[in-house]
Structure formats: C-alpha cells, structure tokens
Design a protein around this ligand. Sequence first.
Ligand SMILES: *Cc1c(COP(=O)(O)O)cnc(C)c1O
Length: 450
Amino acid sequence: MTVTEAGPQAPAPQQRRLRTEIPGPASRELQERRGAAVAAGVSSVLPAYITSASGGLLTDADGNVLIDLGSGIAVTSVGHSAPAVVDRVRKQACWFTHTCFMVTPYEGYVEVCEALAELTPGDHAKKSVLFNSGAEAVENAVKIARVATGRQAVVVFDHAYHGRTNLTMALTAKSVPYKHGFGPFAPEVYRVPGSYPYRDGLSGEEAARIAIDRIAKQIGGDQVAAVVIEPIQGEGGFIEPAPGFLPALSRWCTENGVVFVADEVQTGFCRTGEWFASSHEEVVPDLVATAKGIAGGLPLAAVTGRAELLDAVAPGGLGGTYGGNPIACAAALGSIETMRAENLADSARRVEHTVLPRLRALAEETGIIGDVRGRGAMLAAEFVKPGTNEPDAAATQRVVKTCHAAGVVVLTCGTYGNVVRLLPPLSLSNDLLDEGLSVLEYAVRLEASR
Ligand SMILES: *Cc1c(COP(=O)(O)O)cnc(C)c1O
C-alpha cells in the first residue's frame, strides 16, 4: 500500500464519501501489519487508517472521507491541519526542533505561558509550567500542591479520569481497562462521591455536602493537599455536576487551605463554550491542568495557576526533556490565535444549540436514551434499557458501529460504557454537523427498532 502524498496544493475534500466498506481493504492490510508489530494493549476505536485530514474530515487509505465528531478525543478543536497551526509548525521546524527548555530556553515557551495566564480563569498573578501530556500535567499539579501545602492527601471523585501514569491511574476511577492488573497504585489518594444528577438525583449543594462531609470525617481537611476535579467529567461519561457543586467545593478548599485543581484537559480551550469550563459557574481554580485542545494536535500540556503555588517548587523540581517542545509551543500559539480570530467559544455554543434539541427529540422518540447532556461541543447521550435507567452498553456499541460503517466517527465513554459522546472540531460547518447528526439519528432509530 502506498500512501498518496496529499500536498498542500491537493484540494481538500469537502464532504463525506464512501468508496469502500469501512475499514476498507487498504486499512485491513495495515491492520494485519499492525497485528504483527504493535502491542495489543493499544487499541483503536475505528481501524480506518488515515492518510490526510482537513477541517472536520478525515481521508482514509481507501479514499473514504469520514466526518470527524471526535477530534481525536477533543484535541483538534481548531480543525485538522488548521492553517495557522500548520504555518507556525512548519516555520518552527525549519528554525529549530528542540533545545530542551531546561538547557537553553526559547521565546515560544514563554509566550504560551503568557497566553495561559491571560486565558485561564481569575485575574490574580499566574505562572505556568509545560509538559507533554494531560496525565503529566495532572501529576505535576499534585506535586506542586503537595510542596506548597506540606500535605499529602489528594481527593478525587467517582467516575473521574485523570490519565494512565502511576499516580494518575490512582486518581482515575474505572478499573478495566485503565487500572486492571497495573497496581500497586500511589498511596494517599481518596475517592469521594461527585455529582451525577441523572443517577443521584441530588442538587449541587446536597452532593457537595456529602462529598465534603466524607472528606472532613474520613481524611481530615487539614491533611488534604489538593482536590482534583474535572469541571465536566470526560471519560467517566460527560457528567455535568449539578449547579452549585463546583462552587461549594471550591469555597471549601479556600476555607481549608486546600489547593483546588481543575483538570481541564478535556474541557479546556473553548470546548464547552467558554475558554475553560470552570468559568460556567465562575469558579476560579488555584491550579488548572490543560492539554488536549491546547495545540491543535501536537503534544503539549500545562499546569497554570497562582504564582505563589507554582513558585513553591525549587528550581529543578519541575520539568522534563520534551516539556514545552518548541514545535508544540508554535502549534499552541497557532491554535490560540485561531480560537481568538474565529471566536471558537461561540462556535462551540452554536454546536450545542444545534445538537442538544435534536438529541432530546431523539431520546423522546426512541426511548433508549435516558439522558442528554453537555455543554458547547462536548455533548452526550446516555443509553439505557427502555423505561429504566439501566445502562445499555451493547446498544451503545451497536449505535456507534452503525455510525462508523456510515463514515461518521463518534466515540463512547462512561463508567458503564453506555454513553455516546460528540466532540466535533469547533469550526465544523453546519452542513457537516447536520449530516453527522443525521447519521447518528439513523443509527439510534435502527437500534430502537431492533
Ligand atoms: C485525556 C485526559 C487526561 C489524560 O491526558 P493524556 O494526554 O492522555 O495523558 C487527563 N484528564 C482528563 C480529564 C482527560 O480527559
């Protein structure tokens, strides 16, 4: 199989196109090679091998063009190969690709940290440190909080997802596939109930009271270094806490000298209709962990927060060989430039206003969707057995497979594997969004008629 070179001159396809079944013969051949060379532990949702991508469309090795409603898990929010990202990356690759910021520094790193100080919630003095992945950012937020407070305990929540490194596996809730067999896990991590309105029926204040009571009685507020929380839980099921939950927790942290860490790795960078999801309830985190949408697909992550917290760690205590790589920083600057110029937070709200009513109507019509939720371009449908709230993971899988076969990339999530999540590029055109949704509607109706 040869991959055709789709140079910058090649016209990017503008619509979905099915040339073969998906995955087609060329992808299946690659999948064979993969089987012999790639570890089985890394899996792919849809093994259509991609040869080029543009905006909200992916072209595979068989010439099929897929609508991307996943953005590589909330990463290519500015669209695939966004011009400002490509341009800056290309230039930076010619200038230099790496020096290691800890050896000889460069401006791009500083510029990204300046942008993060400006864009993250709150107008206090802020500093940042850059890494390669979301897990690394969350892990370093905990390191910073421990040094700054002189305490050890870390509080996390049911359904949380924070990554796959040893510490972040401990912070993550779900066992299979993220933790199973990988222990022992890091100590001094405590899990408390969060807020899952569809399943717990509690108000934000009630859910917060339960969580705080648990922390106070079972850990002790004065032992806690950090509360780490996703403002909207991602892998756990796109769970939006009931209003009031996040502000109550944030207040309790301030009163008890606990560092409030918002894991905005999935929710950040305009995804939910604000630059950061904490802002929907005017929560100002002490530390914010970011990654995914930050750099248009290049690996970059950050911890941003109160200057006095970031400066609590002595020089040399934070860093890494590649953290804040110059090409990744260039991509981040291109990505942020695009979000500003195209007002992508507004675009995310446009996606919400298009998608939510249609998913709600579909839930009403078919009876197999128990809850529709989310904000901006981070939206989900939770599948249940009709007339109950019993999770239906098998139905969810069938719906997703139907979409994939029709050339629409959608992802699942959820502790019970019963949530279809939509994470389109924020700039996805109305036409493509409409077409992708029509395919999803078809798939759900087909499932309901089984
Ligand atoms: C994806 C994710 C992570 C981990 O990020 P990686 O870049 O995969 O290490 C952490 N937290 C949240 C909320 C995420 O969605």
